[in-house]
Design a protein around this ligand. Sequence first.
Ligand SMILES: Nc1ncnc2c1ncn2[C@@H]1O[C@H](COP(=O)(O)OP(=O)(O)O)[C@@H](O)[C@H]1O
Ligand SMILES: NC(=O)OP(=O)(O)O
Length: 316
Amino acid sequence: MAKIVVALGGNALGKSPEEQLELVKHTATSLIGLVAAGHQVVISHGNGPQVGAINLGMNYAAEHGQTAAFPFPECGAMSQGYIGYHLQQSLQNELHHRWMNKNVVTMVTQVEVDPTDSAFQNPTKPVGAFYSKEDAEQIERNKGYVFKEDAGRGYRQVVPSPLPKSIIELDSINTLVEADNLVIAGGGGGVPVVKTDDGLKGVPAVIDKDRSSALLADNLEADQLIILTAVDDVYINYGKPDQKVLRDLSSREARHYINEGQFAPGSMLPKIEACLTFVDGDADRTALITSLDHLDDALAGKVGTVISKTGALVNE
Ligand SMILES: Nc1ncnc2c1ncn2[C@@H]1O[C@H](COP(=O)(O)OP(=O)(O)O)[C@@H](O)[C@H]1O
Ligand SMILES: NC(=O)OP(=O)(O)O
């Protein structure tokens, strides 16, 4: 039996509640498959598109005098509830379908960040919808938001993405996991909070969920970190005619490709860095990056990129 932290990508969760529920149902089948195989599974997820959509909706309602203004950390907490609800329901339905009995719980999770983190001066985390260059420039002028190009897919608003320092609810998560519950935690990288003289305080930012998931996996002493996103594999020369699948990577090879600039900042780079943080902690640990659709194939070794301290296979 292995302890596995599975991180689901926010961009791979679809663009609407209907799409998300459909995608999550499919992923629930594979996740419960892992549970049925005897593994201890902890689930985390991204929230970039979702927190951006919630924030836009709340801003619109506030600008039209229909609601009070909702700060960004509150929007992050809402995204944890929204995505956690779909995950809980889909996992519970799949458990029921298989006549399995297990409690599923979403933990609203706060993650401590450093208020002096330089990320607050340099927003990099893409959130919300994709825009054309012209539309992004117009919104920048009208609202003062910052936009950046996101991995060739269009322009998106970016917000600060400080590094996760500690998981506030770690003890509760650990207790629930050890009591054999299926736990969803660290959603959206956790709601970012800073420690002040008056206690914890939310800050407007989005922590990278891959980095938080690596911290969670390390803190829970997990054996494996699985990052599920929109692509089946990690590539070098991604999107070019000579792109090549990386099936199996040692830490050393991964660092070499990072230095070559093979992984886009804001998308694949933080995933690779998160995997390195996790696997460098212990030689027996592995990390797997694959798509939400092909987890079963990846576990069978047919697709996906495995990262470990020493590497095992030869790349195709
Ligand atoms: N070298 C690469 N190999 C594979 N995908 C890459 C690479 N560089 C950038 N990407 C992009 O990174 C995306 C995954 O990052 P992102 O969309 O931020 O993930 P998520 O929201 O699922 O966590 C892929 O869908 C792909 O477009
Ligand atoms: N919080 C976060 O990293 O979200 P995405 O996975 O959507 O980028």
